[in-house]
Design a protein. Structure first.
Length: 266
């Protein structure tokens, strides 16, 4: 009788942990996605050459009223609130009039600390996650790439219901990779093949997203999905996947894939 009671208690707490973990991840994901914001960036009022010093009269405010927080943005865009930090800085490359200023357009400020801290954009953070040859796309993820973060979480089987055993979901989309291992991309060249034998990838999320990534990494396994350089689209309302979902939707997924392949062929 005691063994049955202990089994019931174990199943109850396992179910409770599953529900709480799932709800916390879903709530964090919903709170980050889907909010329409007006973002203000630093824009150049005139074309400037490499080496020129930016003055207050050279910049103006650009408001992007179509910005969606869920869309994500290039992590190196300079926000208008940070305008004071770029005045007096020299340009690393020529920049055209009307261009939204990026941190990589600027030469390092004198006295700036070397290393990763020097390339983390203002308002963002650097956080590392463990990877292996599979979760890092066969070691082909490189600094500067954009990735989606996919989490897989295992839970105790609930009275033999395998549909509740494993859950996979996309946590964040279009996240910038700052470094792989200790490679921040500065020494990369065509003559220097990248090292695929790294065990960590450093990402560039917002402070709120850091909490989600750290929590998810403690609760399950994270994998990276590599994006094309030019693709910044955020796919809305991606489903959470379990065994039951696969059984019910595999046929539809294959139909959609077949239709897309025919469309691309045309």
């Amino acid at each position: 009788m005691k063994q049955k009671l202990l089994l019931v208690v174990a199943v109850f707490f396992g179910l409770l942990a599953f529900v709480l973990t799932y709800k916390q991840i879903e709530n964090e994901r919903r709170s980050i996605r889907g909010k329409t914001l007006v973002m203000s960036f630093v824009c150049l009022k005139r074309s400037m050459a490499s080496g020129e010093t930016i003055k207050a009269q050279d910049i103006e405010r650009y408001d992007d009223k179509r910005f969606r927080q869920s869309r994500g943005r290039d992590a190196s865009e300079v926000l208008w609130a940070q305008a004071g930090t770029v005045i007096g800085r020299n340009l690393e490359v020529p920049v055209e009039k009307g261009h939204v200023l990026l941190w990589r357009d600027l030469r390092p400020a004198s006295g700036r600390k070397e290393g990763l801290t020097g390339i983390v954009p203002m308002g963002y953070r650097a956080v590392a996650i463990p990877v292996d040859g599979i979760t890092s796309v066969a070691g082909l993820v490189r600094p500067g790439n954009h990735v989606d973060i996919v989490g897989t979480f295992r839970f105790p089987e609930m009275q033999g219901d395998r549909a509740l055993d494993t859950l996979t979901l996309t946590l964040l989309q279009n996240v910038v990779v700052l470094a792989v291992g200790d490679d921040m991309g500065r020494a990369f060249s065509l003559d220097n093949k990248p090292d695929k034998h790294y065990s960590s990838v450093t990402l560039c999320p917002t402070p709120r997203e850091v909490e989600m990534i750290v929590f998810a990494e403690q609760k399950g396994k994270l994998s990276l999905s590599l994006r094309n350089y030019e693709e910044t689209e955020i796919v809305p309302e991606l489903p959470s996947i379990n065994f039951r979902f696969l059984e019910q939707n595999l046929g539809q997924y294959n139909k959609e894939r077949s239709a897309k392949m025919l469309y691309n062929r045309d």
